[in-house]
Design a protein around this ligand. Sequence first.
Ligand SMILES: Cc1cc2nc3c(=O)[nH]c(=O)nc-3n(C[C@H](O)[C@H](O)[C@H](O)COP(=O)(O)O)c2cc1C
Ligand code: SF4
Length: 108
Amino acid sequence: MDRYAHPRPHNGIKAGKNEAYFREYAEALKQVVDTPVILVGGHRSIEAMNKLINETGIEYLSMSRPLIREPHLIKRWIEGDTRPALCVSCNSCYRTPGHACVFKLRGM
Ligand SMILES: Cc1cc2nc3c(=O)[nH]c(=O)nc-3n(C[C@H](O)[C@H](O)[C@H](O)COP(=O)(O)O)c2cc1C
Ligand code: SF4
């Protein structure tokens, strides 16, 4: 099977604009299961993530591309630099060896 066969995640995500694009599905799921729910997809800012956790019963949030772009993103946030993730959601990391971020490969 083509290792890239599964659908690409959403692109064009902007912090504070269109984050957490699967939120409505996770909230619906939360209504019918007794287990903790983890939501992935489009988390880019600590503000939006905190708001989501505080407003919903969703227990955990997961991130993929922001951590490919910035492996130390969570440490950065904990240390007080709470600017949004640098990942621009271009999905170019699907085409690089080891799924590396193209910006990191260019030393950016
Ligand atoms: C390079 C790359 C490879 C991925 N491979 C898989 C995969 O094999 N299976 C899968 O279910 N999701 C895969 N994903 C999707 C992520 O797990 C995640 O659901 C998606 O990127 C959305 O989250 P994000 O906005 O935090 O990146 C991949 C994502 C990236 C960027
Ligand atoms: S190539 Fe880099 S900026 Fe583009 S989606 Fe992947 S991690 Fe994000």
